[in-house]
Design a protein around this ligand. Structure first.
Ligand SMILES: Cc1cc2nc3c(=O)[nH]c(=O)nc-3n(C[C@H](O)[C@H](O)[C@H](O)COP(=O)(O)O)c2cc1C
Length: 371
């Protein structure tokens, strides 16, 4: 029997060759939000990795929605060509389906690159005004402006415009970033949302912005293409966003046409107490899948092929996203296929790399063009 991890999976009309997903990972290497050679090389190697799906780093829907000045953006039509170049490479040489993560940093924007310590940047240092549901600062960072109703509507439209550009660039999948303490999560969690209008207070009100963004993106992206959402399934803080609320949010998203939920956690505050260890977030994907019937993606320290296989084979999640393991070893899917005895795609240019990769060997899976 072929391993679950390497069995195909359909999201809407999109067939993924296997359940391995390259998790979104910020490179902080763009200028003006534009794709450059770094992104082509970085995403290009991962697009020929044999993974079923790759999702780009969080791509900002407006300039102030960037985390650092190096974040990718898609707030203008001028950004489209750079993404198209990556997609063209992926289609020509790889078999991995391509997704873009659309995000807005909210109160966690305007900081330096991670390798410079994510220090808050003043406007003189190239930073910008930040916004969030309520004017509550992340520790040691500047205070966000409370986003007004007109700007909430404008931001929702910016997500929709970004979705149209993502389609024009050729992406198969959009993932909306509603996790890690960024803008949408900033509305969801009662720790950061103290509003008294229709976007704050009750769970219904706190979910409103996220659900409106989802609907706007779903409407703007072709009906046969995939839209998923990444959530933080818990804040890991007393009084914060909970798994029960995540389940309600997920089932509302599913009713609106959401194709999958990726279950991450945390990111709202450094006070979070996270019991980090192998597979530590899988139970959240499992609960969401069981309670809502939504397809789920598990992520977080799923580093070994046998661990990833167990997540899929035991029905805990439909898809398994790997972040750091793929950065460290972009050949992870080939090696996992070999150790689990499965077939995986690799580019013919590399068929002399390993005995398991000979051209006439059963390990080669040729792309069915048009599938
Ligand atoms: C360098 C780096 C950049 C990241 N950037 C993003 C991002 O842009 N969007 C996001 O949702 N998660 C981001 N993450 C989180 C990863 O997608 C993933 O959820 C996390 O690393 C846990 O998975 P892992 O243990 O397989 O690395 C980033 C992680 C790393 C290591």
């Amino acid at each position: 029997m072929s391993p679950g991890l390497f069995s195909p999976f359909n999201l809407r009309g999109l067939r993924l060759d296997n359940r391995i997903v390259v998790s979104p990972m910020g490179q902080h290497s763009a200028v003006g939000g534009h794709v450059n050679d770094w992104h082509l090389a970085h995403l290009g190697q991962l697009a020929v990795s044999g993974a079923g799906l790759l999702i780009t780093e969080a791509v900002a829907v407006e300039p102030r929605g960037r985390i650092s000045p190096g974040c990718l953006g898609i707030w203008s039509d001028e950004h489209i060509a750079g993404y198209r170049r990556v997609i063209d490479f992926a289609r020509t040489y790889g078999q991995t389906r391509m997704g873009i993560q659309l995000g807005h940093s909210g109160r966690k924007g305007s900081v330096s690159q991670s390798w410079f310590g994510q220090k808050t940047l003043s406007e003189a240092e190239g930073g910008w005004e930040i916004v969030n549901a309520s004017p509550i600062a992340y520790p040691d960072r500047k205070t966000p402006t409370e986003i007004d109703l007109a700007t909430i509507g404008q931001t929702t439209r910016q997500f929709a415009d970004a979705a149209r550009r993502a389609d024009a660039a050729g992406f198969d999948v959009i993932e909306i970033h509603a996790a890690h303490g960024y803008l949408i999560h900033g509305f969801l969690t009662p720790l950061l949302n103290k509003r008294t209008d229709a976007y704050g207070g009750s769970l219904e009100n706190r979910m409103r912005f996220g659900l409106e963004v989802f609907s706007a993106v779903r409407d703007a992206f072709p009906a046969d293409k995939v839209v998923g959402v990444r959530v933080s399934a818990t804040d890991w803080i007393d009084g914060g966003w909970t798994l029960e609320e995540t389940i309600e949010f997920s089932s509302r998203l599913k009713a609106l046409g959401c194709d999958y939920i990726c279950a991450s956690t945390g990111g709202v505050s450094p006070e979070q107490q996270i019991p980090v260890g192998p597979l530590y977030q899988v139970r959240f994907a499992e609960s969401i899948r069981r309670e809502t019937g939504a397809a789920t993606m598990a992520v977080g320290l799923i580093n070994e092929p046998e661990q990833a296989e167990s997540v899929v084979a035991e029905g805990k999640a439909d898809l398994v996203a790997l972040g750091r393991a793929m950065l460290y070893n972009p050949r992870w899917p080939w090696q996992a296929a070999e150790s689990l005895g499965a077939q995986v795609y690799y580019p013919v240019q590399y068929d002399r790399a390993h005995p398991s990769m000979r051209r006439n060997n059963a390990f080669i899976v040729q792309r069915e063009r048009g599938s």
